[in-house]
Design a protein around this ligand. Structure first.
Ligand SMILES: [Zn+2]
Length: 341
């Protein structure tokens, strides 16, 4: 067990003291897709104290090309990503406490975790800007650094935001091409993922060992196919009147009524529907109900999946549902209410 971190401790900027610090830190990882699984594996192997993972999706075959913690078995079972990741991570390093949350990273959910558990760092591994703006507001309100990462095709981008020191994502939006703004369906290659993960984890380790002056302080972006690489200084972009990090912040993305209840999922031909009030479904009962209607049902302890011709409806315990086979919110809602009332 003592040998486990020997090479990391030999690395002078970390050393024994750094390893000790790493082992006491808690990281909140938002998203368990390509970037999420890469970050999670690296941090768990590095020996952090605790990792909390929040993700709303389940494993599919199209994930296996780049989402490194998942297996064919996970895809067959449609295991929620947070659960599948936790299982694999515990095999990799049983010293690390891994907490899995199957659900949406809403402002309410993230604020609750942060207020109750005081994570030392937030890592963005989401696929959408709405969630990143929520992470940005939570980071500034509770003074916790966060590391942005995004990739599409062979392109990637990353930056470490430190409240009170760097500008925030809100500051950057108007002036800097932060990328990842659109929900692209251009596909992705795994080295682009790995490169962003490398930038994110490097900054994460610096923050976890509290080596603040070694932080990159530049927005880095690259295209591995076009052989381009850029690092932009952004410190002068910080705005005093920024609603998220300025002198009188309002944290606009934390006001709950601003949150969308339905969302078209990135590049997925799927719509997510979240009921206004949380429900508690008995998934076993629900599966039986669908079966009685002659529908083809598959189930696991976390979700029920029903085949509806061109569409598929996947219902989670809290009433949240994914409607596959459409990008039309109205159509998805109609299906949802027809089958779930
Ligand atoms: Zn700002």
């Amino acid at each position: 067990m003592n040998e486990r971190y020997s090479r990391q401790q030999l690395f002078a900027p970390i050393g024994k003291d750094g390893q000790e610090k790493i082992s006491k830190k808690h990281v909140l990882l938002i998203g368990a897709g390509a970037l999420g699984t890469g970050n999670a594996e690296a941090l768990v192997r590095a020996g952090i104290g605790k990792l909390t993972i929040i993700d709303r999706d389940y494993v599919e075959w199209s994930n296996l090309q780049r989402q490194q913690l998942y297996s064919e078995e996970d895809a067959k079972e449609r295991l929620p990503k947070a659960i599948a990741a936790k299982q694999r991570l515990e095999q990799i390093n049983s010293d690390v406490t891994v907490a899995a949350i199957v659900g949406d990273a809403t402002a309410q959910e993230l604020e609750t975790i942060v207020k109750e558990q005081h994570p030392n760092l937030l890592i963005d591994a989401t696929d959408n800007f709405e969630t990143r703006m929520i992470i940005n507001d939570v980071s500034n309100k509770y003074r916790i650094p966060w590391i942005y990462g995004a990739c599409v095709g062979s392109y990637g981008i990353s930056y470490a935001f430190v409240p009170g020191k760097t500008p925030c994502l809100h500051c950057l939006l108007e002036t800097v091409p932060v990328g990842g703004l659109t929900c692209d369906t251009a596909g992705i290659i795994s080295p682009a993922v790995q490169m962003v993960v490398a930038y994110q984890v490097a900054e994460a380790l610096k923050i976890l060992v509290e080596d603040w002056q070694s932080l990159r302080n530049k927005l880095v972006s690259f295209d591995l196919w076009k052989n381009q690489h850029a690092a932009i200084r952004v410190d002068q972009v910080k705005k005093d009147d920024c609603p998220s990090c300025g002198t009188h912040p309002t944290y606009p993305y934390l006001s709950y009524d601003m949150q969308t209840k339905t969302a078209v999922l990135c590049g997925r031909n799927s719509v997510q529907i979240r009921p206004a009030a949380k429900r508690e479904y008995d998934l076993h009962e629900l599966a039986q109900l669908f079966s009685k209607q002659g529908l083809q049902v598959e189930t696991n302890p976390y979700l029920v999946s029903v085949s509806l011709g061109e569409h598929r409806l996947v219902v989670f315990q809290d009433g949240r549902a994914l409607v596959h086979g459409t990008k039309d919110i109205q159509e998805a809602k109609t299906l949802y209410y027809r089958y779930l009332g």
